[in-house]
Ligand binder design. Structure first.
Ligand code: HSE
Length: 309
């Protein structure tokens, strides 16, 4: 019996649409992500548990875990009957890489139980394919950090899909999910098909500047350059009062704030734990729309998917 955990993640990281992703872990020692427990069996079996199991489709063939199992077996050209328990602890359509958590945990578990027929880049390729089927187009900015940990730069080259890049160790990442859901495929459909040359140049300037600031360890410059000209202007209307929320948490002292993935979760950053706690409290009181929403103060999770127990 093997149990695998895959952490939640922040897609886009404010400035790298589909290109940057960060795995996160609460600073209080909790784990934020999905778990998959697997053992060999006579036929495929799946049990859904966890806080958000009630959000999963009733038809097993629409469950991500089943899709992953099928794809994995097709890829290695071998049927591996397994019994799986999915602990679905991430809300679906939250903007925190919920589907990626299930995909990564299931594929890592399948690979482990089958004596590792796939290497890391084959596994990541498969994770991206399945994420693409679910969300409408392939993007690695949740699966790569959830699998590999840390801050990931998506290269999507035929040989190297993603690589870890430097981060600031003293940054606290405050994430808030308001308790409502937005489908990633819908949030992708509302984006323009084309952008002007000015926007393309501006986006390249901010993204390359951000990467430069990471490598030269200039946190203030990096935080200043975390601006989104690709998705935020079009998606913010899907989030409750986003501009007002952003203005308020910047007043409290956040050095950056943006939409996490396709939303409605948001992230903000501070290098001061007192400010991080104030932001967290403000978001709990003002951004959450119901009692299933949550706020966590996080660090980057540098380990990515891992065996538990
Ligand atoms: N890069 C993806 C998007 C992340 O913004 O659509 C989805 O979580």
């Amino acid at each position: 019996m093997i149990k695998i955990y895959a952490p939640a993640s922040i897609g886009n990281v404010g400035v790298g649409f589909d290109i940057l992703g960060a795995a996160i872990v609460p600073i209080n020692g909790d784990l934020l992500g999905d778990f998959v427990t697997i053992k060999l069996s006579t036929q495929f079996k799946l049990v859904n548990k966890g806080i958000f199991a009630n959000q999963l489709p009733r038809n097993i063939k629409n469950n991500i875990v089943w899709k992953c199992w099928l794809k994995f077996c097709q890829f290695i050209k071998k049927n591996i009957p397994v019994s799986i328990i999915l602990e679905k602890n991430m809300p679906i359509g939250s903007g925190l890489g919920s589907s990626a958590c299930s995909i990564v945990a299931t594929l890592v578990a399948m690979n482990e139980i089958s004596n590792k027929p796939l290497n890391a880049s084959e596994l990541l390729f498969l994770m991206g394919e399945i994420e693409g089927e679910i969300s409408g187009s392939i993007h690695y900015d949740n699966v790569a950090p959830s699998y590999l940990g840390g801050l990931q730069l998506i290269l999507e080259d035929s040989k190297i899909i993603s690589q870890k890049i430097p981060h600031f160790k003293n940054w606290f990442w405050i994430i808030a999910w308001p308790g409502i859901n937005i489908s990633t495929s819908e949030a992708r459909k509302i984006l323009p098909k084309q952008y002007t040359k000015e926007i393309c140049i501006k986006n390249s300037r901010y993204l390359s500047g951000f990467i430069h600031a990471l490598y030269s360890q200039q946190p203030q410059l990096a935080a200043h350059l975390m601006q989104d000209f690709i998705a935020e202007p079009y998606r913010m209307k899907l989030l409750p009062n986003f501009l007002n929320v952003k203005e308020n948490i910047k007043k409290i002292g956040a050095i950056s704030c943006g939409i996490s993935g396709s939303g409605p979760a948001i992230f903000s950053i501070s290098d001061d734990i007192c400010i991080a706690k104030k932001i967290s409290l403000w978001l709990k009181n003002n951004y959450l729309q119901n009692n299933i929403g949550f706020v966590h103060i996080c660090f980057l999770d540098l380990k990515g998917a891992r065996k538990i127990g």
